[in-house]
Design a protein. Structure first.
Length: 223
């Protein structure tokens, strides 16, 4: 499978690339990024690095470089508090994601074999909330933004069910496998998952799909 991966310079995205490189079913990886990823990733024979400065637009030249892609793992995001303001958080996590998905639906999906759908896996978070009017007591901005992105992606898939399918993964928290006793104790509790386990699970979803569009934390632990 030929797959696009974003967020390769980040905590999760970098590990997703590593697991994709290690998976023999992934034949080509397009790293779509603003800045160059580490050499350990970019020097793989599977990897093509495509630097792109504005994730809100997808011009023909860029889409031509992504020709042949069959799926995308979208690992750009984070908590709303990690951004300068709520507007920036929403721009990056909602608008950039949906702009990419729409471009892939319009330009990449139609070029796949007739029976094949373009697969899009969105790295979301536990407790993402679709209802934008619901009163939330904690992490309200993060939960609403991720929920808004999930719903928008699902709406896009429903409108293009013959050529596009989407999944959202919702880990409760991500810890490194060898990061001390406290992290070890939190793994497999409250939806926490190790970084490598989550990355492998995300790669599995883009390869094989999943019965549920929204893949909750407990289901991720079983992948």
């Amino acid at each position: 499978m030929r797959v696009i991966i974003t967020g390769a310079t980040g905590f999760l995205g970098g590990e997703v690339v590593r697991q994709a490189i290690a998976n023999e079913r992934i034949t080509q990886i397009f790293i779509l990024t603003r800045k160059s990823p580490p050499d350990e990733l970019s020097k793989s024979t599977k990897v093509t690095v495509i630097e792109h400065s504005d994730f809100s637009i997808y011009p023909p030249k860029l889409l031509a470089q992504l020709a042949g892609a069959e799926g995308c793992i979208w690992a750009i995001g984070g908590r709303a508090t990690q951004f300068p303001d709520i507007e920036t958080a929403e721009m990056v996590q909602v608008h950039y994601t949906i702009a990419a998905a729409k471009a892939f639906v319009a330009e990449l999906a139609p070029k796949l074999p007739e029976s094949q759908k373009f697969r899009f896996v969105f790295c979301s978070g536990k407790f993402a909330e679709w209802d934008q009017e619901k009163s939330l007591k904690w992490m309200k901005d993060t939960r609403r933004i991720k929920g808004k992105t999930e719903k928008s992606l699902c709406d896009l898939a429903d409108a293009n069910e013959d050529k596009f399918e989407v999944w959202a993964v919702r880990p409760g928290g991500i810890v490194k496998r060898h990061a001390g006793l406290m992290n070890a104790l939190t793994v497999n509790t409250s939806g926490f998952i190790t970084l490598d386990h989550l990355a492998k699970a995300v790669v599995k979803v883009v390869l094989d799909g999943h019965a549920d569009r929204i893949i909750e934390a407990d289901a991720l632990l079983k992948l």
